[in-house]
Design a protein around this ligand. Structure first.
Ligand code: 13P
Ligand code: SF4
Length: 318
């Protein structure tokens, strides 16, 4: 008799129907970032940027949070919801910013700068959050820094590009950790200039994780949600989009009559797709709900220490 493998069984399933049935059975909520593949975005209960997803995670009354995003996002949901089960379809869905800032090295960096307040971008591990005073996301970073007294010395980690952008916007001097996002550093300045010649009416819109030269050319800079809002409200019909290309799916859905051109990477590669975000697939989403794993588990002492700077962020971004 033929043995039917698990892959064959999964291939024959209507994954969308199965996931929706599991969602009901588990009383689960599916939160997805804009960088997820389009099928996942379509069946999520909520799609958003990092700040909106944290707020949703903090407010949900579901028993299970299924996070279609990367590890630091699911970890943030767990920090906010210790009694809920938080599932991530692939535990290897990391982030170059989080990986480039190991907590023991970051602790040494902080010790070298006494009297500094530590603001960390949400794209970092729970251990790094536990060493921080305030967390921020790309949509509230400027607002948070502006609320600090002018004489307050600041460490900002781990994204040097977002850090430089905040310095430029606020005029504040900050000590920066030298981290970066592999996706947002991939865009080719030369190819963008060529595109601007080809599409003279197109506006260049960029995420603040991009490099300074690109940001200096941009017509608008903002978080993924801010970019989405901008293309809806701006009368222009063509946009060159310098962020992870998954967002273009939502842009096209909101404004089907407009043209969205992904900013090209330096090499002929798919480097404008986040390799971590794209580890999540419909199959893995189904399996993690069916098996209720992989689950995010946190040390309670770290969780409590990481919770404080997240709560501070939520208060300061009201
Ligand atoms: P936002 O969700 O804040 O726009 O950040 C984008 C990002 O790179 C998430 O990893
Ligand atoms: Fe991290 Fe960049 Fe991927 Fe966002 S796009 S998860 S910052 S590697």
């Amino acid at each position: 008799m033929d043995t039917v493998t698990e892959t064959e069984i999964i291939l024959n399933l209507n994954l969308e129907e199965e996931i929706l049935a599991l969602k009901k059975k588990l009383n689960a909520v599916i939160l997805a970032h804009y960088y997820q593949e389009s099928e996942i975005q379509d069946l999520a209960d909520f799609i958003g940027d990092s700040l909106e997803l944290s707020k949703k995670a903090a407010a949900t009354d579901a028993d299970v949070i299924v996070f279609a995003g990367v590890h630091f996002m699911a970890e943030t949901a767990k920090i906010l919801n210790p009694t809920k089960k938080v599932l991530l379809p692939d535990l290897n869905a990391g982030c170059s910013l989080a990986e480039g800032c190991p907590a023991p090295l970051f602790k040494k960096f902080i010790d070298l700068h006494p009297d500094h307040i530590v603001i960390s971008y949400i794209n970092c591990s729970a251990n790094v959050k536990a060493l921080s005073d305030i967390i921020c996301t790309s949509s509230n970073a400027v607002k948070i820094v502006e609320q600090l007294p002018p004489e307050q010395k600041i460490i900002f980690a781990p994204d040097r590009n977002l850090g430089k952008y905040i310095i430029k916007k606020t005029g504040r001097d900050m000590v920066l950790w030298e981290g970066s996002c592999i996706v947002h550093e991939t865009f080719s300045d030369k190819k963008i200039i060529q595109l601007k010649l080809e599409y003279p009416e197109a506006l260049l819109i960029a995420h603040p994780e991009c490099e300074e030269t690109l940001l200096n050319r941009a017509d608008f800079i903002g978080s993924t949600s801010a970019l989405l809002k901008f293309i809806e409200e701006n009368p222009a019909n063509e946009f060159i989009v310098a962020t992870e290309e998954g967002i273009i799916y939502q842009m096209q859905k909101k404004c089907p009559e407009k043209k969205f051109i992904p900013a090209p990477p330096e090499e002929n590669c798919a480097c404008n797709q986040c390799p971590y975000m794209k580890l999540n697939t419909m199959e893995k989403l189904y399996l993690c709900m069916r098996d209720q794993k992989p689950e995010i588990i946190l040390d309670e002492e770290i969780r409590l220490r990481a919770l404080k700077p997240i709560q501070k962020m939520l208060e300061m971004s009201k």
